[in-house]
Each structure stands twice: as C-alpha cells, then as structure tokens.
Design a protein around this ligand. Sequence first.
Ligand code: ATP
Length: 290
Amino acid sequence: MAIWNLGSINADMVYALPHLPVAGETLAASGLDQFLGGKGANMSVAAARAGSHVCHIGAVGADGRWAVDRLLEYGVDTRHIAQIDTPTGHAIIAVDQDGENQIILFPGANRAISPDQIGQALSAASAGDILVMQNETNLQVDAARMGRDLGLRVAYAAAPFDAVAVAAVLPHLDLLFLNAVEARQLQDATGNPPEALGVEDVIVTLGAEGARHFHGTTGAVQDIPALPVTPVDTTGAGDTFTGYVLSGLDRGMPMAQAMAQASRAAALMVTRHGTADVIPDLKEVQDSRL
Ligand code: ATP
C-alpha cells in the first residue's frame, strides 16, 4: 500500500523570541534556524519514517531543489514533485520560551500545482491506498474527487483553517483531522460538531490533552491520551501525529493502535526544536521510554 500526499513543501525559518510579538511590536530574535517544513512535507516525512511508502505530490521553484533532495534523503518518493517557475513556499515561525508558536506562510509554488500533475501521479495509485491533503496547496477538491473515483481512502487535515475550503472538500472525505481550534471554527461555520459532519472518521487533536476519535457509522468516541513530556517546541506535533496515524492505518493497524503510536511520536516531537528534520522514526518511537 502507499500514501499519496498532495502537500506543501516549505523552507521554515524559525526565530527564537522572548514572547510572541503583538501588533505593532518590533522584537529582536535571539536565534534563527532553517529547516525543511510545510505541513505536507512534515506529514510525508512522518509517514515515511513511520515505515510507509509515501509519494509526495507537490511543487517547488528553482530555489527548492535542496528541499526535494532532503525529502528523498528522508525516504519520501519525490518523483511527483514538479519544479516550476514560481518561488518555493516558505514559513516564518516565531517560537517563544514556552514552546508556543506563531506562523506566517508564503505559499509560492505550493499553490501552483496543476491538475495534470495530480492526475498523472494518481494514475499510479491503487485502490485502498491513502490520499492525504492539507490546506497549503491548491486543488484539494479536484484531488479528493480523483482519489474517491480511484477507490482511495481520502484524508484531509484542515489546516491552515479556512471554512470555505473545508466545506468544499468535506463531502469527499473518509478521514478528517482537526485540532481543537479548528474543530471549534468548523462547528461555528457548519453548526455541526465533529461527530455530525458526515465523515466516517474524524480525529480532533487536543495538544497536551491527547486526541479524540469520532466514528461516523457507530457513533463511538475514543480518547487517546497524550504522553507526559516537557515541551520545548510544539511546531509539527500535529503533522507528526497525522503522518503516524496514516502510516498506522496504511500498515493495517486499527485506529486506536495507530493513534496510540502517533501520540508517542508527537510527544517525542514536542521535546525537539525543528520540523521535518527532527521527526522521530519508528524505532525511536518504539524504543522511547515515554
Ligand atoms: P501544531 O500546529 O503545533 O503542529 P496542532 O495544533 O496541529 O499542532 P496539537 O493538538 O497541538 O496539534 O497536537 C497534536 C498531538 O501532539 C496531540 O494530540 C498530542 O498527541 C501531541 N502533543 C501536542 N502537544 C503535546 C504536549 N505538550 N505533550 C505531549 N503530547 C503533545
């Protein structure tokens, strides 16, 4: 089986700050690190490190060759990443002393993916594979439709949140990932709580309080606790969690087991500074003493 990820690829610039800036404030950073990032790239790396064959569908500019090489090095199949005439996406990430973050995104090439590119990539997919998307590229609805037609299990992480974008893709989904804020925003927009969205599996992540799974057909609700750690940087926790859940499902695990493993991986992740480069692999997750 394989995971097909229509996903963003970013250069992440991480600035260490005494506190998150407020409107009008000028604040000196005490440090800067550059990493491979983008919710899509993070999820591809997480799912590949968890042991799955992950085919990334995306785009970079001429300045993004290093990012594709990095994904390849991390075990992601990069044959469906196009190099186009638009700058590579990037993110400016502010992190305060408690590990809380604030992010500015420049989408660039991530929003210039062509329908042909997606069609060509998915023509190599098999029924039962997983297709995942986030809201950092274009063409999610087209991809979801194609995925459904091909018999793929279609998953979507509703981030960065946009009520119109989620509403458009919702009817085509089998699995939806939301964090607590997104779940509230979606409920405000649709009037429906997670269990009444018409999606078979909905997972709401709750930070240090763990995650909750809502099963559409049975109405069952299951809580998976977070593991107790001291967070230093929560960036990428959600993407790591999502990538590990998808990989668990791709490798035939029941949802609760996939989520439990994802919870261990995400807990390890919040103890590290950085994004895609520091997502733990399966052996680290299994060997960790959390
Ligand atoms: P981010 O945008 O910061 O990457 P998110 O808001 O998408 O994250 P969260 O709900 O914050 O997602 O976290 C995802 C998962 O990561 C949680 O369900 C939990 O398993 C794990 N996690 C997050 N924060 C912590 C923490 N402080 N301690 C332990 N586990 C955590």
